[in-house]
Design a binder for this molecule. Structure first.
Ligand code: PRP
Length: 185
């Protein structure tokens, strides 16, 4: 099947991911004990992580989703974020936690955080499953980090290449010829 042929190797297996998600859930539970939390998933990539994460958080919480698109080329964000689908919740005086699958340059989340602060929440924290600190272009405080990853072209567990591979249960390194082929078309 072409889908499997596109994968070079598994970088992070399913068990490692789920064990870390459990740990993050416990950290988040301790942080928000006695508070009400609004968990905001950043679509599309964050949806698989968010589904696993919220089931490990033992606090009263509500869910919402935001979908953003970054102006810029397809592989790197510019930091100017356009909201495609906004949250439906009024976040004034609420404790908000943004959930992402990956922070790379940090520009998307930095912009999104600034934008949501104008709506006067009680707090905003950021949780990402994967972090590529080597790629950071801006100083961004990330409150909960699942795993640091090297600067490989990775897919799976929500991460895509050209909208495919999000459904892989593990994080995999894509064969370079897959994205090179696309660039040459
Ligand atoms: C990815 C990821 C973050 C952003 C991180 O989204 O989900 O939103 O890039 O990059 P940054 O730290 O360099 O700003 P993408 O634009 O690929 O959209 P997707 O979630 O729909 O895959």
């Amino acid at each position: 099947m072409q889908y499997n042929d596109d994968i070079e190797r598994v970088l992070i297996d399913k068990e490692t991911i789920l064990k870390r998600v459990k740990g993050l859930g416990a950290e988040i539970t301790r942080t928000y004990e006695g508070k009400e939390l609004l968990v905001v998933g950043v679509l599309k990539g964050g949806f698989i992580f968010m589904a696993d994460l919220v089931r490990e958080i033992r606090c009263k919480l509500q869910l919402d989703f935001i979908s953003v698109s970054s102006y810029g080329n397809s592989t790197e964000s510019s930091g100017i974020v356009r909201i495609i689908k906004d949250i439906e919740t009024n976040i004034a005086n609420k404790h908000v936690m943004l959930v992402e699958e990956l922070i790379d340059t940090g520009l998307t989340l930095s912009h999104l955080k600034q934008l949501l602060y104008t709506r006067k929440p009680a707090s905003i924290k950021i949780c990402t499953m994967f972090d590529k600190p080597s790629r950071r272009k801006i100083n961004l405080e990330v409150d909960f980090i699942g795993l640091e990853v090297p600067d490989y072209f990775i897919v799976g567990y929500g991460l895509d290449y050209s909208e495919s591979y999000r459904n892989l249960p593990e994080v995999c390194v894509l064969k370079p010829e897959v994205y090179r082929k696309k660039c040459e078309q």
